[in-house]
Design a protein around this ligand. Structure first.
Ligand code: FAD
Ligand code: UDP
Length: 388
């Protein structure tokens, strides 16, 4: 009945399903355990009529023109360039740390000296990782590195990840480098925006093709059986010989046989008030104060007009599949031992010729939306269309 089965209706699963349905004219079943499509990008209008992102702030940004063009088939865009402030030493200053931040937090003569050195040693309009700056031979640049590490990264990261930064892949903090510039934007990517009618509408359009059937509230475990010795997969009592694109947690697929892959979860506490705006930017980070890491106010992103406004406080927490409220695996935790464990599962997957892994969970990678979409388009082109 179906040529392909996709597990998960986030961007990974939905993009692949849409391409198969439209370009190959084959039948696809999408199985999604939640009661909605869109994965973690799901947004909806709350009881006060404010469009909110259920799983935290999502800002689309990419350097890839093909990804931007692809997504633009399903939406037009609100021009939005993301800016973030952080409360440091009692002041709300721009993040990533840049020259404006430097002048706000250091006395002018010191800031001037550091600016000159940054421009001479690293270069005007260049970015540098905080970890490299901390190792600088120059004492003023090292002082800056240590300052940013202590005041912006150390405590935020401890809250976010529940462990010290030294345990994590350096790529985590390299996402937010020091920028030797007066540009206050969080991203410098050429293409940035918020979908004009929200993310969920994109998914509605992607999955509206008659070749796609979406089953919500369905866990793959309830409909699949995997037989290890035979390397076979049974779907509703019959062997399924088509391809399965799996975008969920890989340890779960194999019933945790090598142990659990760790993830970090979040708790969002939403509040709506009758006021035009609650805070001065879409996102304000609190590295050193409070138990939450950041507050997001959604109207800044969506530019919606209303006398109400909704914001959310974001509390990081351990992931526990068995505990409601802690059961969303928001972030893979990129440590060496976790990657080794993931590799064991990935190798096991190779025994099943028809399972393809895709997305943030199944690839166990800290991927932004654009890379998930890029990987999905590549998998479709190379692993499905050209593989026959
Ligand atoms: P998901 O969106 O997680 O979708 C996977 C789907 O599979 C889920 O719907 C899940 O319910 C389903 N599933 C899992 N297991 C099963 C099962 N057993 N049976 C059936 N269904 C199953 N990226 C950006 O580019 N910009 C941002 O600003 C940004 N902000 C973010 C903020 C936060 C707080 C987080 C956590 C992530 C953010 N991201 C952002 C990343 C973005 O959310 C991901 O890149 C994207 O959602 C990944 O899509 P996916 O399809 O791989 O995974
Ligand atoms: N980070 C930090 N302080 C900040 C912002 C970011 O320590 O003010 C660190 C933290 O470890 C975080 C990582 O940089 O997990 C990546 O930040 P990003 O804003 O990309 O996180 P995301 O939006 O994906 O949660």
């Amino acid at each position: 009945m179906f040529d392909f089965i996709v597990v998960g209706a986030g961007f990974a699963g939905s993009v692949v399903a849409e391409r198969i349905a439209n370009l190959l004219d084959k039948k696809v079943l999408i199985i999604e355990k939640r009661n909605h499509i869109g994965g973690n990008c799901f947004d909806y209008f709350n009881e006060s009529g404010i469009l909110i992102h259920k799983y935290g702030p999502h800002i689309f940004h990419t350097v890839y023109k093909d990804v931007w063009n692809y997504l633009s088939k399903f939406t037009s865009w609100i021009d939005y360039e993301h800016k973030v402030l952080a409360l440091i030493n009692g002041k709300k200053v721009p993040i990533p740390f840049n020259l404006n931040t430097l002048y706000e937090l250091f006395p002018k003569p010191v800031a001037k000296k550091i600016e000159m050195k940054l421009k001479n040693e690293i270069g005007d309009e260049k970015k540098i990782s905080i970890l490299k700056l901390k190792k600088s031979d120059d004492k003023d640049l090292k002082l800056l590195g240590d300052f940013v590490y202590e005041n912006v990264f150390k405590n935020y990261s401890m809250k976010q990840w529940g462990r010290g930064l030294e345990e994590l892949d350096p790529a985590v903090v390299e996402r937010v480098p020091v920028f030797i510039s007066r540009d206050d934007r969080y991203f410098q990517d050429r293409f940035q925006g918020i979908p004009k009618h929200g993310y969920t509408k994109i998914f509605d359009k992607m999955l509206s093709h008659p070749n796609i059937e979406t089953r919500l509230n369905t866990d793959f475990k309830d409909v699949f059986n995997i037989y290890f010795q035979k390397g076979k997969i049974f779907f509703q009592e019959e062997e399924f010989k088509g391809k399965i694109i799996y975008t969920g947690e890989l340890d779960e697929l194999f019933n945790y046989r090598f142990g659990k892959l760790p993830y970090r979860s979040l708790k969002f506490v939403f509040k709506t008030i009758e006021k035009e705006f609650f805070q001065e930017a879409a996102v304000i980070n609190y590295p050193n104060d409070f138990d939450y890491t950041r507050i997001t106010e959604y109207k800044h992103l969506t530019k919606q007009k209303s006398k109400f406004t909704t914001f959310s406080k974001e509390y990081p927490q351990d992931y526990d599949k068995a505990v409601p409220g802690k059961d969303v695996p928001f972030y893979p935790i990129p440590t060496k031992s976790n990657h080794e464990l993931y590799e064991k599962y990935r190798k096991l997957t190779l025994k099943f010729k028809n399972i393809l892994l895709l997305g943030r969970l199944a690839e166990y990678k800290y991927l932004n939306m654009d890379l998930v979409i890029k990987n999905a388009l590549n998998l479709f082109n190379e692993g499905i269309r050209n593989a026959g």
